[in-house]
Design a protein around this ligand. Sequence first.
Ligand SMILES: Nc1nc2c(ncn2[C@@H]2O[C@H](COP(=O)(O)OP(=O)(O)OP(=O)(O)O)[C@@H](O)[C@H]2O)c(=O)[nH]1
Ligand SMILES: [Mg+2]
Length: 312
Amino acid sequence: MNILMVGHSRAGKTSYMAGLYKQFGDEREGYGLWMSDSNKRENLNRLGQGIERGYYPNGTDIASQYQFYLQYDDELLIPFNWYDYRGGALSESSKYSSDAQDLLNRMNSADALIVFLDGEKITQMTDDDLEEEYDILLWAIQNTISKRSKDGTYFPVSFIITKGDLYPNYGILLDSPGLNYFMPLIKNICNSTNAAGMIGVVEVSREGISNVFSPLIFSLYYGMHHYIKARIESMNAEIDKYNSYDPGLIDDFFVGLDHLFGGDSKTDRELAAESMERIQEENKKLETLKALSSGMEEILRKLVENDMIIKF
Ligand SMILES: Nc1nc2c(ncn2[C@@H]2O[C@H](COP(=O)(O)OP(=O)(O)OP(=O)(O)O)[C@@H](O)[C@H]2O)c(=O)[nH]1
Ligand SMILES: [Mg+2]
């Protein structure tokens, strides 16, 4: 699954990632994240430990990609690609700039979007700041939603306000110029049949990490159907490809005749057998993921009930 995080420079994206990994990295029970790249894993661990001691990460250069697996009860379920896109490049650019087009392309191919709003800034932004910082982003999100086919799947958009620990209560953040600027879009999402949205405030600081799981579970719950559909289409295309080589190939495999493969077409047959094994394995994981859906719904319901998120 492909999750795009967007937010301006210093909004708190990398700190969020470090906080999320601190709480859910290598978690063996329930939901967890696992990262195969040991360098990045160590790096995130180090960032997490730094935050605990009051040190924040350096700015990410331009963009950074994290490849995780979503785990449930220690089983690797699906690959999760998080792409940390720095919005700084978008300030003052036009819709036709290459940065804006790049953002739009990334958004179009994402299964979920997380928009980071800098809690320190959004309470005091002027009209000019708002236009400069958010207009391209608003345009890209609106564009992406209207392009999504109405196929019964959702494009989940989470608005995450960072640095909640700077405020004694979140009221000022939820009624800030920064969040209010997104209201027309939020209303559109609310009325849309192919998008879903949430707002949440997170904290990643020395005092503690709070609410970092909510955008993950929201993205997963609302984004998984789009992801599963795309994976099934891709698996079917693979099956079709092998079927077009030799219509009997796949049937042979399913009736267990793969050990008879031999002769000239051995390579095709071996490839087909490997593919089918992979596909069956992936199908099983997708089924497990789907089966987690009602549990996720319950988690989201509790988050709403406890005022941790606003869902629309
Ligand atoms: N108080 C507080 N400060 C935070 C929090 N998260 C981030 N910060 C501050 O915001 C700064 C920027 O955070 P980053 O996580 O580096 O932001 P980013 O979005 O990754 O920034 P770029 O990589 O430049 O795009 C940090 O150096 C901290 O000073 C938070 O939860 N609470
Ligand atoms: Mg960063």
